[in-house]
Design a protein around this ligand. Structure first.
Ligand SMILES: C[S@@+](CC[C@H](N)C(=O)[O-])C[C@H]1O[C@@H](n2cnc3c(N)ncnc32)[C@H](O)[C@@H]1O
Length: 206
């Protein structure tokens, strides 16, 4: 118990040094709120430690999507729906295999439709922007190919993230989008500040 308090105190001191008092306070308050929500909804603990205040890469994803002025945006692996909440589109749909996350997202986000399911359950057509961010590194390119290929004929843009292969985490993941090469055009790559990750926007050219 005492060790945990000391460890938390040290982490907080380090955070204040690195990102300032106010941002540290904001992140701490957000994490406390998410801890309470997690107790009610039982979603995966990863969502507690990654509020928007701590992981602003979502603003980059939303900015790229908003630039396309989409009508229908689908995010698979949407978690608590933070990215979808930042996107301006008349039709926004989130899918996730974590049922607790979906139930919490329904509570938190108005105007977004959430479904418990994986990418094979997506029913919207056509899709202007399909977002797959911060989970696809757990899957092989072959698996991603199997999931994405049937969707390309009715999807206009893909937004995905890739962990820098030369970064410290790079060796662990197999981000390889070569399987898409002949069917998409890379529109933009935006590196995420302070992370070894980039957000990539592809236009489907099928
Ligand atoms: C780290 S969270 C990221 C959430 C959101 N994309 C964001 O960046 O804010 C990863 C989410 O992907 C979901 N996930 C993992 N594998 C999935 C799959 N095969 N289909 C749908 N969701 C999946 C997890 O349940 C989790 O909620």
């Amino acid at each position: 118990m005492i060790r945990t308090i000391i460890r938390k105190y040290r982490t907080m001191r380090k955070m204040i040094r690195e990102i300032g008092f106010l941002r540290t306070l904001r992140i701490t308050v957000d994490k406390i709120a998410l801890t309470l929500l997690q107790k009610v909804y039982g979603f995966h603990p990863v969502h507690v430690i990654t509020p928007l205040s701590a992981r602003p890469y979502r603003h980059i994803v939303a900015d790229l999507a908003n630039g396309l002025k989409p009508r229908c945006v689908v995010e698979v692996g949407c978690g608590l729906g933070i990215i979808l909440s930042l996107i301006r589109a008349p039709n926004r749909f989130g899918y996730d295999v974590d049922e607790g996350a979906i139930r919490a997202a329904r509570l938190l986000r108005r105007g977004v439709s959430f479904t418990h399911g994986d990418i094979t359950t997506v029913s919207q057509r056509p899709i202007d922007v399909l977002i797959l961010v911060n989970w696809i590194h757990e899957y092989s390119p072959e698996q991603l190919d199997m999931w994405l290929s049937p969707m390309l004929s009715y999807t206009s843009y893909l937004l995905m993230d890739a962990i820098d292969p030369d970064g410290p985490e790079g060796y662990r993941y197999r981000h390889d989008f070569k399987f898409l090469e002949t069917r998409v055009r890379r529109v933009e790559t935006r590196p995420v500040p302070n992370e070894t990750r980039s957000i990539i926007l592809y236009e489907v050219t099928l």
